[in-house]
Design a protein around this ligand. Structure first.
Ligand SMILES: NC(=O)c1ccc[n+]([C@@H]2O[C@H](COP(=O)([O-])OP(=O)(O)OC[C@H]3O[C@@H](n4cnc5c(N)ncnc54)[C@H](O)[C@@H]3O)[C@@H](O)[C@H]2O)c1
Length: 195
């Protein structure tokens, strides 16, 4: 069983990698922060000394970067012709006013590129490998903040909501249609973290 995890360097991505390793799965994780990714790899190897845990530098907002990630995953896992699990976990928070400064616009564009573009790029790139396996599942992670545009004047979630929600809505239907004849499930995990 091979699981691909985006944003596996910290937080929930790392926890997903640890859970996969403890179940004996091979893991291919990517992140933009390779120090964090290496630490996840170290932890996973201590959980599963014989498992294959590979780390990859990838910015999910770039299609080219995701394509290189996919090619590297295939190579690192013995020319794997398929994968079983795709966790679209990498995500960032951000937003700002449409009437705001250029910085607001830059933050909006970046949040949208990662939270929407990341899911889109990874689904497109990894789909052939998912449908090539006997059993597969795509899991998208979003905060409940994906459901609303703002939780108050001091805290804008506009871009996050649009990115996270749209990535789910816009990818789920075409994916479900594409996968109708395949053993591949789609799930959305919508989580709330309590501090
Ligand atoms: N933090 C929360 O309260 C919360 C709650 C619910 C859901 N979420 C969602 O869960 C997911 C994980 O959240 P988290 O709290 O563990 O976040 P986190 O910031 O701890 O981890 C996200 C990881 O993704 C990586 N990352 C960021 N941009 C990337 C990119 N362009 N390409 C590849 N990797 C990238 C980061 O380096 C980091 O390692 C996100 O999608 C987030 O929106 C977060």
């Amino acid at each position: 069983m091979l699981g691909v995890v985006t944003g596996g360097g910290t937080g929930m991505g790392r926890a997903i990698c640890e859970a996969l390793a403890s179940e004996g799965c091979s893991v291919a994780l990517c992140d933009v922060d390779m120090e964090a990714a290496a630490e996840t790899q170290r932890i996973c190897r201590s959980i599963s000394p014989t498992g294959t845990i590979s780390t990859h530098s990838c910015d999910v907002s770039s299609e080219e970067s995701v394509e290189s990630f996919r090619d590297a995953v295939v190579k690192a896992h013995g020319d794997a012709g398929s994968i079983n699990l795709l966790f679209n976990n990498a995500g960032i928070a951000g937003g700002g006013s449409f009437l705001g400064s250029i910085e607001d616009r830059t933050k909006w564009d970046k949040t949208f590129a990662v939270d929407w573009g990341g899911v889109y790029n990874c689904c497109r790139c990894f789909l052939p490998l998912l449908v090539a396996s006997e059993q597969a599942c795509v899991l998208n992670t979003s905060s409940v903040n994906g459901f609303w545009a703002t939780v108050g004047a001091a805290s804008m979630h506009t871009a996050y909501s649009a990115g996270a929600m749209l990535s789910d809505v816009s990818t789920c239907l075409p994916l479900a249609t594409a996968l109708i004849h395949h053993q591949c499930d789609l799930s959305r995990s919508c989580t709330v973290r309590h501090s």
